[in-house]
Design a binder for this molecule. Structure first.
Ligand SMILES: [Zn+2]
Length: 188
């Protein structure tokens, strides 16, 4: 998908400001555009020279990704290899997730859906408009059903969240093996 490049980039580490060519479109092949390429080079150059520690960390992350890619070319039954490979995949996944669902978002979505669903169903049975002069037993039925449906739906979304976001599958605790300097996977 193409989009316009912003005119100004602020470095989030030191607030240095860079002004780039405005109105240019980022799309496949755009890197060959001289002005965009130069701008990207300036931005990358600043990180390399002004923030060497952060840059070094990013290089290590890139190497981990390369390692993961290489390991995907092997099929194995070696549990240690499988776990190391999965740990690297998980680590990259955690650092690139664009969104995480909060408990509050899941709660609001579940309740909103449940209320709509139950009201639609009851409205088909009770001829009066939603909520107006409904008999007490229908009101009670409504609140019981809304709570039950919302709870069930929350559980389903929570299961999907666990499956997709994989929170706490491993701990990012650095366990340095002598001489390797690498973090070992630590299943929780
Ligand atoms: Zn900076």
């Amino acid at each position: 998908m193409a989009h316009e490049i912003a005119g100004i980039c602020h470095c989030r580490l030191c607030a240095a400001k860079f002004t780039g060519p405005t109105g240019l479109i980022i799309q496949p092949g755009a890197a060959q555009n001289g002005r965009v390429a130069q701008y990207m080079q300036d931005l990358a150059g600043h990180i390399i020279t002004a923030h060497p520690v952060e840059n070094k960390n990013m290089e290590l992350q890139a190497l981990e990704y390369l390692g993961l890619q290489r390991m995907t070319l092997y099929s194995t039954t070696d549990k240690a290899i499988m776990e190391q490979r999965d740990f690297l995949r998980w680590k990259i996944h955690q650092s690139t997730l664009a969104h995480r669902l909060s408990d509050g978002q899941m709660d609001a979505a579940s309740k909103e859906f449940a209320a709509q669903f139950v009201d639609d169903a009851l409205n088909a049975l009770v001829t009066k408009p939603i909520g107006q002069d409904w008999p007490e037993h229908v009101k009670l039925l409504r609140s019981t059903l809304v709570a039950a449906v919302a709870l069930k739906l929350y559980g389903i979304i929570e299961d999907f969240r666990r499956l997709i976001e994989e929170p706490g599958k491993y701990q990012l605790q650095v366990v340095t093996a002598p001489g390797t300097g690498s973090a070992a996977p630590k299943p929780s």
